[in-house]
Design a binder for this molecule. Structure first.
Ligand code: GDP
Ligand code: MG
Length: 193
């Protein structure tokens, strides 16, 4: 697939700052270090997305990227970072929940899960919020180059059976899953339009 055209739109800390147009939005979530920036790099074929998302300060914001002048990627703050205070952690959670619950243009959530870990409480909360809204949620199982193909298949089945989500295995080093993730995203965008 061709590279995507990526334009950084802004980092937002409050819902009333978000773009007011009605273009579909695809949100990306996951605990910090799960491989979200690497995935955004890989699927867009563009370093801009990940670079912005790693700028200090912006890691706590909703980072909006306009893709192909047609829809948005919304990079949600990573969670579960040990050095962060409880109060700070709760305020991020609140921003994410408010966004997921209130956004009219959200086409779906891509939830990144490390293949070697079990989903944590925050992962499960996200799944709950999005399913209460009856919005599509897809799991992306990251870093699958770290485990065998057998283990990857078992992990995919486990996530699908436990949460009722479609799960896509992904690896930035091997390039696994790029086309599947992009296809899923385009399908969600077209469904929303
Ligand atoms: N082996 C392997 N390492 C990865 C993969 N994706 C990300 N990483 C590594 O995991 C670490 C965190 O990645 P990053 O994209 O910054 O995670 P983020 O905090 O979720 O944005 C970095 O050291 C990456 O090089 C992958 O598919 N395979
Ligand atoms: Mg990152």
């Amino acid at each position: 697939m061709k590279n995507l055209d990526v334009k950084f739109i802004g980092s937002f800390y409050k819902l009333n700052q978000l773009p007011k147009d009605s273009l579909p939005q695809i949100a990306f979530a996951g605990r910090s270090n799960v491989g979200k920036s690497s995935l955004l790099n890989k699927i867009t074929g563009n370093r801009k997305a990940a670079k912005v998302s790693q700028t200090p300060g912006k890691t706590r914001a909703l980072n909006f990227f306009l893709i192909n002048d047609n829809f948005y990627f919304v990079d949600l703050p990573g969670y579960g970072y040990a050095k962060v205070s409880k109060v700070e952690r709760e305020s991020w959670g609140q921003l994410i929940e408010d966004y997921l619950v209130s956004s009219q243009n959200l086409a779906g959530l891509m939830l990144l899960l490390d293949c070697r870990r079990d989903p944590n409480q925050e992962d499960e909360e996200l799944i709950k919020w999005i399913s209460e809204k009856e919005l599509p949620c897809m799991a992306i199982i990251t870093k699958t180059d770290k485990i065998t193909r057998d283990k990857t298949n078992r992990k995919v089945k486990q996530i699908e059976n436990t949460y009722g989500l479609t799960a896509i295995p992904f690896s930035t080093t091997k390039g696994t899953g790029k086309d599947e993730v992009l296809q899923a995203i385009f399908a969600l965008v077209n469904k929303k339009k």
